[in-house]
Design a protein around this ligand. Structure first.
Ligand code: SF4
Length: 593
């Protein structure tokens, strides 16, 4: 990807109008006013131009709104950076070494958009053309176009590995045989979740006996080991990795193999509580309880998992894989349940952790029956990734144990899981999900929109397959702005682009997820709703800075907002380019704010 055009000289060449205002203005305040007028005028002209299509007008309007937001005095104060000053300096040939190519790129596309020069189509290969005829003829022409559109969408989704493809199933069977031989287990052992836990791979040395690692992966794991970072992979999940190094299983490896950037960042942290991005310590009215919403609370009785996800939201309190002493103890759990009983506003309890399904049946049943005994609880959600990390945990007995607390018309039991990629879906997972579904327990997915799920139509493919498996897409999370997870982060603009240009191609029942940004201490802010965020600035390194409002905006006098710095779009595109993606396929990303 050639980024040499993203500089001051090219920006001025492309946007002579904007820089004529810079030359005309006597001071920054005058420039602010001239640019405000310019954006309004551009929108007005677009509205009056009858030949322009609606989406084109909308793009000009979006760019106008974005630029006005950025140059507002209050935005500049909040961001601690003045775009107007940057424009002023660029226009007057002042040296600004702080402004990076990613900054020029974002500003360039913004100004092009305002000038009506943004791309009109999302993708060249996916578009419908105007139909001049009427009636049946028009319907047939349109039907033909829709056929072609879907074929292209289908072709793009098929580019991603899917764990139910016959080839993948055979490959994983071979992997299982190899792992079993190495660990000295039988097929029967493999299907026993206790055996899986007993044989969790906990060290880089043990891992390397069973899978090839790249030099970087090995180095990062060694450093993680040296710094005692939690690490663990179930034999089952290990069987999902390919034998040889290839990009096919990148999403699987990224879940459990920490990149060097993560290890280095976390290794320097002395107090883990600074990793508590969501500020859970400030939203816990009682030990083991977190409450952010009026009718829901989280109950965390168990602080560990059979496998450690690298970018775990609770990495600040999970010390080790299947750590002994992870269960808070029945006394504390009972106190937490008593607290819920004393708060009848709470109608829904999310049992999470850690992974509560990594507890034994007896403990789980003791907790579930106590929650179910609270008269005001209408829904129990169980957050578990065992469907992905250890699906053999979902035995007939476990599914029945959970299902017995379901009382149609009175209490619902649901499973919340986290499938990250179509390559994670396996026949074992399908069978496990089915055990729940056959007992009337719905299963929902919460996708974290990481780099490894973010190529064109990759998450779309996931949604499609999830529905076939019996899992409903529920949330798509923006990766939290944690420094240590930089390697996973994707610009918010990409999530918005994906939702509108890709997910929209699926039937409604397969795109039921809501894209959200989690506001610390408050909870989810819906990304589709613009009133819950403002673009404050494009910072010198090209990162967009947003101000988020929480869901409480409509019901609270308190106007607490949260400022978050995104990852630069150009950096993201460069990485995609290095990984073989055609960056022109993503060009409209710049126009999602
Ligand atoms: S399953 Fe959830 S709690 Fe457990 S390591 Fe993964 S993200 Fe963290």
């Amino acid at each position: 990807m050639d980024i040499s055009i993203f500089n001051a000289k090219y920006l001025k060449k492309i946007s002579p109008r904007v820089f004529s205002f810079v030359n005309k203005a006597n001071n920054i305040e005058e420039l602010r006013k001239l640019l405000f007028d310019y954006t309004f005028k551009a929108e007005q002209n677009a509205n009056e131009d009858a030949s322009d299509d609606a989406s084109h007008i909308a793009r000009i309007r979006d760019c106008g709104t974005a630029l006005r937001n950025i140059i507002k005095k209050s935005s500049e104060d909040a961001a601690g950076f003045s775009m107007l000053q940057a424009l002023w300096d660029i226009g007057r040939n002042q040296d600004r070494p702080d402004l990076k190519p990613a900054f020029y790129a974002d500003l360039l596309y913004l100004l092009l958009g305002l000038q009506g020069q943004a791309p009109r189509k999302a993708l060249d290969s996916i578009h419908l053309t105007a139909i001049k005829s009427n009636g049946r003829k028009a319907a047939r022409e349109r039907s033909h176009q829709l056929d072609n559109l879907w074929y292209e969408v289908d072709r793009r989704m098929a580019a991603y590995p899917y764990g139910l493809d016959e080839e993948a199933v055979v490959r994983r069977d071979r992997r299982r045989t190899k792992i079993l031989a190495s660990l000295g287990g039988t097929l029967e052992d493999w299907q026993n979740w206790r055996w899986q836990i007993k044989n969790i791979i906990r060290t880089p040395e043990a891992l390397e006996q069973l899978v090839k690692l790249s030099g970087q992966q090995r180095k990062a794991l060694k450093l993680a080991q040296k710094n005692k970072l939690p690490f663990g992979i179930t034999p089952y999940y290990l069987s999902l990795m390919d034998d040889e190094l290839s990009n096919r299983d990148a999403a699987i490896r990224a879940q459990v193999l920490p990149p060097m950037s993560y290890v280095k960042e976390v290794a320097t942290i002395e107090d883990n509580s600074c990793l508590d991005f969501m500020g859970e310590e400030d939203t816990s009215p009682q030990d083991l309880i977190t409450r952010r919403y009026p009718a829901i609370c989280i109950l965390k009785p168990y602080n560990t998992c059979p496998q450690i996800c690298v970018y775990c939201q609770r990495n600040w309190e999970i010390d080790d894989v299947m750590a002994s002493g992870a269960f808070a103890g029945m006394e504390q759990v009972e106190a937490a349940i008593e607290w819920i009983t004393d708060h009848p506003a709470i109608h829904e309890v999310l049992l999470t952790g850690g992974d509560p399904l990594a507890m034994g049946n007896d403990t789980l049943e003791a907790i579930l029956s106590k929650i179910a005994a609270i008269p005001t609880v209408e829904r129990i959600r169980i957050g578990s990734r065992t469907l992905v990390t250890m699906p053999m945990r979902i035995t007939e007995g476990l599914a029945s144990l959970i299902a017995q607390h379901r009382k149609p018309g009175r209490r619902e039991i649901v499973i919340m899981t986290h499938v990250q990629h179509p390559y994670e879906i396996t026949p074992d997972m399908v069978a496990a999900v089915d055990k729940f579904r056959l007992r009337g327990i719905p299963v929902y997915n919460q996708l974290v929109y990481t780099y490894y799920a973010s190529r064109r139509f990759e998450a779309t493919a996931l949604r499609r397959y999830l529905r076939l498996v019996g899992i409903d897409p529920y949330y798509t999370f923006n990766t939290k702005g944690k420094d240590e997870t930089l390697a996973y982060r994707v610009p918010i603009a990409r999530i918005l682009q994906e939702q509108q240009e890709e997910a929209r191609m699926l039937p409604g029942l397969a795109r039921t997820d809501e894209a959200v940004f989690n506001v610390p201490r408050h909870g989810k802010s819906y990304l589709r709703s613009r009133e819950y965020r403002h673009l404050l600035s494009i910072l010198p390194d090209g990162a967009r800075m947003y101000e988020f409002h929480s869901w409480e905006k409509k019901v609270s006098q308190e106007t607490t907002t949260f400022i978050s710095t995104d990852v630069p779009i150009l950096d993201y595109l460069q990485r995609l380019s290095k990984d073989g993606e055609s960056v022109s396929d993503y060009e409209t990303i710049w126009y999602y704010f």
